[in-house]
Structures are given as structure tokens and as C-alpha cells.
Write a protein that binds this ligand. Structure first.
Ligand SMILES: [Zn+2]
Ligand SMILES: [Zn+2]
Length: 141
């Protein structure tokens, strides 16, 4: 078996935008904050953090939306799929959505963040650490 470097492809729903993330993610975490929930219309969101230079993009350009001061969310302008989260707070990271990856099972979340905003019926019994906001102001766990 050859030990190829870890690499993950992904795409939006319509396929006009695809990407490849090289190397291991810096961290993988579930976010329960209201902003992430609304932007994806999902009960929670699972992110993988990467250095911006580790992610190669193909196809159309992302549309962006500043969801709060210092935060930019990238999405496909055709189908609306959320593709990136970037924040001035974490200047050397781009957060990708694990659900847009071609092999989401390859990612192992390490914790839950912003559980203070969790939907009440979204029960967590996976044994992972839970943080009311973030773990010591880092995006990862
Ligand atoms: Zn699309
Ligand atoms: Zn969030």
C-alpha cells in the first residue's frame, strides 16, 4: 500500500464549484451556533479547519456574505451550498464544511462548540467534549 498524502475532494450541490484540501485537517468540530445553523439550514454544522493555501478551488467563484463583523461566509451563487467560513479571529484558517466532502466519513469530529446555542432536541451522546462557546478561543478542540 502506498502512503499517499491525505487529500480530500468536495463540491457544492450543483457541482459548479469543487475543491481539494491537501493534508490533514487542523481540527474537526461540530458547531451549534445560530449563525452556522441558519446559513446551512441544518441543526448543526461540522467543520474541518485548513490553512487557506492547502485548499485548491475549481470552477465558478464563490459568492460571499459577511454574516457578522470580521466573518466571511463563501457559498455557491448557483445552488447556495455553503462552502467556506473565514474569520479575522482565525486569520490563517479556512473552515470547510465536512458535509460537502466526497468522503465525509474520513473526518473524525473531536468536539462540539457553541452548545449554548444548541437546539434543545439535538441530543448529544457521542461522548465528545462540549464547549459552551469555543475551546479557549481556538476554533479547534
Ligand atoms: Zn453549486
Ligand atoms: Zn458556528
Amino acid at each position: 500500500m502506498t502512503a499517499a498524502a491525505e487529500s480530500h475532494g468536495g463540491r457544492c450541490l450543483c457541482g459548479r464549484i469543487s475543491f481539494r484540501a491537501e493534508g490533514k485537517p487542523l481540527w474537526v468540530a461540530h458547531c451549534h451556533c445560530e449563525s452556522c445553523r441558519r446559513t446551512t439550514a441544518a441543526a448543526m454544522v461540522t467543520y474541518a479547519g485548513y490553512r487557506p493555501g492547502a485548499v485548491m478551488w475549481n470552477g465558478d467563484s464563490l459568492a460571499t456574505y459577511a454574516s457578522s463583523p470580521g466573518v466571511t461566509r463563501g457559498f455557491c451563487p448557483t445552488c447556495g451550498t455553503s462552502l467556506t467560513f473565514e474569520a479575522e479571529r482565525w486569520p490563517d484558517e479556512v473552515h470547510l464544511f465536512v458535509a460537502t466532502m466526497n468522503d465525509p466519513d474520513a473526518f473524525k469530529p473531536a468536539c462540539h462548540v457553541f452548545t449554548k446555542e444548541r437546539i434543545g432536541w439535538m441530543h448529544l451522546d457521542d461522548g465528545l467534549p462540549q464547549f459552551r462557546q469555543t475551546s479557549d478561543d481556538t476554533a479547534g478542540c
